[in-house]
Design a binder for this molecule. Structure first.
Ligand code: UGA
Length: 435
């Protein structure tokens, strides 16, 4: 099939690559000329493993091409994906202006039946609004062309986006006609995952509910971590024991310094804003947000208590991105920590394999190092904020000789507490007795 994917962010680009790999011919479109020029040279504007290599291959075979011109390829494409961003507005609602702009462009340009697939994360009920925008544009052209607007939410994880796009655990399709259903089945013919066909509004809710539930698991375990620590229990063991019950499961019960990224915080705000517009209070999600927002404060309090004061202390921060294997620093807990440490006159050295350049733009005064050992030099305390492999695998035996005072605060519980203690460190994780 010939497919247009409009919006070349990480979702759009990953979706384009996955569709091209499964045999479709894909036109990836964006109005940002610079971005398209960069993608044409098979270079990614963001960091995501394995995609660049595939871009090179797919662009050479002609299965995937990049363009700014929807008008030049729309007639060849039977399915049009919308994968533009929906950032947060000040009140927490999702900003739909990019989605609406694409809908107007489609309504302006389409000349025959199309299946239009909404992959951007949009508030529940948006598909119906977007449908009306397209109808309005067609009416302006005195046309009555049939089309189907489908909700097909994405469940990709940053850092594992390509794997998730190629091996989705589920495909959710919110769709109203048999014709569109048949075309979507054909589109995903080569993917062996289970497909749930439902209504567009259900599909939109499934996306938000899934992210909200995962965030709930994280805040649940983080709040419990504070409790465990107070009474001398170890949250890691507790989570392990809980997870042995298959009804609970082990995933997303890793206590730490809270969730970040471009999805959980934004999607939960959007869901709560929509609920409030409908006179519903989502009490659980309010608590989830509160726990997440205060988790970094709680962690910083521990550090302050252990060090006495932060003023004049040299703090080594290991990990800046909101999770490993990405260069994304949006809503990363590290940013809140840096803010607080600088306000308290600490001196920071930081290391991250991919996120440094982005953080440098916000905090130019920090010293950034190109390897983790350099960041540890003469540190009064080490903070592990992202569980990058490069950070977990530090030679902690050697490191202790270059650190000033051996305080390690592990915000991701990735090191072995008793091993660290044996090496001579004062080790503090999240939700466990301090060593
Ligand atoms: C999340 C969802 O997992 C994807 O399914 C979804 O498609 C995506 O949002 C989206 O809506 O686009 P992502 O934001 O890439 O994916 O990252 P996650 O792996 O879910 O992690 C989110 C945050 O939770 C990270 O800061 C991570 O460190 C934190 N986390 C995760 C924990 O603190 N503990 C855990 O046990 C798991």
């Amino acid at each position: 099939m010939n497919i247009a994917v409009i919006g070349t962010g990480y979702v759009g680009t990953t979706t384009s690559v996955a569709l091209a790999l499964s045999g479709h011919t894909v036109f990836a479109i964006d109005h940002d000329e610079e971005k398209i020029e960069q993608l044409k040279t098979a270079s990614l504007p963001f960091y995501e493993e394995d995609i660049e290599e595939l871009l090179k291959k797919l662009t050479v075979t002609g299965k995937l091409s990049f363009t700014t011109r929807l008008d030049e390829c729309i007639d060849q494409c039977s399915i049009l994906f919308i994968t533009v961003g929906t950032p947060s507005l000040l009140g927490g609602q999702a900003d739909l202006s990019y989605v609406e702009e694409v809908a107007r462009a489609i309504g302006n340009l389409m000349n025959e039946y199309k299946v239009i697939v909404m992959k951007s994360t949009v508030p529940v009920g948006t598909s119906a609004k977007i449908k009306n925008i397209i109808i309005n544009e067609l009416t302006k052209r005195n046309l009555k062309i049939p089309f189907d607007l489908i909700s097909n939410p994405e469940f990709l994880r940053e850092g594992k986006a390509l794997y998730d796009a190629l091996h989705p655990e589920r495909i959710v399709i919110g769709c109203e006609t048999r014709k569109a259903q048949k075309m979507m089945k054909q589109l995903y013919n080569n993917v062996s995952s289970e497909i749930l066909f439902t209504t567009p509004i259900n599909a939109e809710m499934i996306k938000y509910a899934s992210n909200a539930f995962l965030a709930t698991k994280i805040s649940f375990i983080n709040e419990l971590a504070r409790f465990c620590e107070r009474i001398g229990a170890n949250v890691g063991e507790v989570a392990k024991g809980m997870g042995m019950d298959s009804r609970i499961g082990t995933q997303f019960l890793q206590a730490g310094i809270g969730y970040g990224g471009s999805c959980f915080p934004k999607d939960i705000s959007a869901l709560m804003a929509l609920a409030s517009e409908n006179n519903i209070t989502l009490n659980i999600l309010q608590a989830v947000t509160h726990v997440n927002q205060t988790q970094t404060d709680w962690f910083l309090e521990k550090i302050k208590k252990a060090l006495g004061t932060l003023s004049g202390k040299r703090i080594a921060i290991l990990g800046l991105t909101f999770k490993p294997n990405t260069d994304d620093i949006r809503e990363a807990p590290s940013l809140k920590m840096i803010d607080y440490l600088l306000q308290n006159n600490a001196f920071i050295t930081a290391y991250d394999p991919q996120g440094t350049e982005h953080v440098k733009k916000i905090y130019p005064s920090i010293i950034y190092t190109s390897n983790p050992m350099e960041a540890l030099n003469e540190a009064d305390a080490v903070l592990i904020l992202t569980e990058w492999k490069e950070i977990i695998e530090i030679d902690w035996k050697t490191a202790i000789s270059i650190i000033s005072s051996p305080f390690v605060f592990d915000g991701r519980n990735v090191l072995n507490a008793s091993d660290m203690k044996k090496l001579g460190y004062h080790y503090a994780g999240v939700g466990m007795p301090d060593f």
